[in-house]
Design a protein around this ligand. Structure first.
Ligand code: MCA
Ligand code: AMP
Length: 472
């Protein structure tokens, strides 16, 4: 089977197969556009796509995959520093489709409009020959605790196996229509939310933004959201009730608070599915469409995944549902490595090949997992986005008047955590700093609040004590 069988006619044709922010297309026209564009990038190595929530983004990504070229999605609001880091580090040869930036040196290959007439899906031709292999399909940039984002190499095989495992857990088929409005530069919105439909044949409605009203109008069978999206839906009961006809409501990317879980259950008429994953591993744990759905639990291992929790001495814990340890996984959907960072990659794996997730968890005797939190407070989850404190601190420290900076995640009922910065410097104003970081960081990485302080709390060794930072 090919990587994206919907583009090979495996599910026949359907006129409204993919709709993104109001613009829709059929499988056959999408396939024709992707195949046409694929011929322009064959052999390119790596191509970049400005990942706006548009149909063109879907065409560009599908074309790159068709051409067996790795694709790096760029956040549309990435500041110049972040953008040039990603382009330089990934070695992208060109942009596929347009982008809004005038400081980008590499060429852009334009997307042609949908000139291809509707034709029989059989006329589209044979699938790509060798689809489920180790070749890199996507380079997904994600934050670590320090430094600029790292490029996570995701293979074609990982995508194929990861999506097939979700199809099994969620009974996700071509009878479904998936709706979501998540960004197209992360695993959740792009790999699950776009490549999922293209692999499994379900229709896709991308709502542009994930607002309660847009979800209410999507009339889908399957919905994806991060907890912030679900909590906003629950806060609008009329919108939440419109989802009563859905088959499955899925939450992930951050912990779903129990009150939001209960709100979904009572307003939408069904308990949500919660699943857990990482850019590096794709989705590894989930509750199942045909299984129990418990608040606070991310369920059991997906096909092809094994997990264990390790205590401080490095010994595996007995799965008793209570002992908290460091979660490690082995999975068919694991990444190939961080681009250009072999030492960092090696450091993420144990000697016997388990991937260290950096999350603390418990595993029950029944195989149900509970994520307790991150082991490092320097990885912040805000609105489902993973943000490294070090990257935000680096942006603040680039300001000539900032001497010291410390960034933390503060609990937030809407976002899970919100980013708060403490800075020391001369003649600073929060307005200046806000404008300064706005040129460097994409919006969700910018501090929601900046406190200008006289000094940062430090221990006897001079290390900043972030646990002592509290908002006035
Ligand atoms: C945002 N605003 C700000 C700032 N940030 N203003 C000042 N300073 C800031 N730092 C503005 C926004 O532009 C917006 O304005 C308004 O404040 C509200 O912003 P916000 O509260 O952030 O809401 P939002 O813009 O509606 O975003 C919430 C969201 C978003 C839609 C839930 O966080 C989101 O798309 N999250 C999804 C993240 C995701 O997909 N993660 C997957 C990675 P205005 O209204 O005027 O625009 S995890 C993954 O892939 C793994 C594998 C997994 O497990 O899934
Ligand atoms: P990212 O690489 O952006 O996908 O972030 C991965 C991290 O998101 C994980 O290491 C977890 O800390 C967090 N995460 C993802 N899904 C969940 C979930 N269902 N519950 C709790 N944390 C989650």
């Amino acid at each position: 089977m090919s990587l994206l069988p919907a583009l090979d006619g495996a599910f026949g044709d359907r006129h409204d197969a993919v709709r993104v922010a109001g613009e829709s297309t059929s499988w056959s026209v999408l396939a024709a556009r992707a195949i046409d564009l694929a011929s322009a990038v064959e052999g390119a190595g790596v191509v970049a796509v400005a990942a706006a929530p548009t149909l063109d983004t879907v065409v560009a990504v599908a074309a790159a995959l068709r051409a067996r070229v790795a694709v790096v999605p760029i956040p549309i609001d990435a500041g110049p520093d972040e953008r040039s880091h990603i382009l330089r580090d990934s070695g992208a040869a060109c942009f596929l489709g347009s982008h809004p930036w005038d400081d980008v040196a590499i060429e852009s290959i334009p997307l042609r409009a949908a000139t291809a007439p509707m034709r029989s899906m059989h006329a589209i031709g044979a699938a790509d020959p060798d689809p489920d292999d180790e070749a890199v399909a996507m380079i997904m940039y994600t934050s670590g605790t320090t430094g600029p984002p790292k490029g996570v190499l995701v293979s074609r095989r990982a995508i194929a196996l990861g999506l097939d495992a979700l199809a099994d857990a969620w009974a996700w088929t071509s009878d479904d229509t998936l709706a979501h409005g998540l960004p197209l530069f992360h695993v959740h919105g792009l790999i699950l939310g776009v490549l999922g439909p293209l692999r499994l044949g379900s229709a896709l409605v991308h709502t542009g933004r994930p607002t309660p009203g847009a979800y209410a109008e999507a009339n889908a069978s399957l919905y994806f959201g991060v907890p912030t999206v679900w909590s906003r839906i629950v806060a609008e009961p009329a919108a939440a009730r419109s989802l009563r006809g859905a088959r499955l409501l899925v939450s992930g990317s951050a912990a779903l608070p129990a009150p939001v879980f209960e709100g979904i259950a009572s307003l939408c008429g069904q308990r949500p599915i919660e699943r857990y994953g990482m850019t590096e591993s794709l989705i590894t744990l989930s509750t199942r469409a045909d299984g129990e759905r418990r608040p606070g639990s991310v369920g059991t291992t997906l096909p092809g995944v094994t997990t264990r929790c390790i205590d401080e001495a490095g010994e595996p814990l007995v799965p008793d549902g209570e002992s908290v340890g460091a979660l490690e996984v082995r999975a068919a959907s694991l990444f190939t490595g961080y681009l250009n960072q072999p030492a960092t990659t090696a450091g993420c794996f144990t000697d016997d090949g388990w991937f260290r997730t950096g999350d603390a968890a418990t595993i029950g005797a029944d195989g149900f997992h509970r994520i307790v939190g991150r082991q490092s407070t320097d990885l912040i989850k805000t609105g489902g986005f993973r943000v490294g404190a070090g990257e935000v601190e680096g942006a603040l420290l680039a300001h000539p008047a900032v001497r010291e900076a410390a960034v933390i995640g503060v609990p937030d009922t809407d976002l899970g955590q919100r980013i708060v910065a403490f800075v020391v410097g001369d003649g600073l104003t929060t307005i200046d700093l806000g404008a300064f970081v706005a040129c460097r960081l994409s919006q969700h990485k910018r501090p929601r609040r900046v406190h200008i302080v006289d000094a940062l709390p430090r221990n006897a060794m001079g290390k900043i004590q972030k646990t002592k930072l509290t908002e006035p």
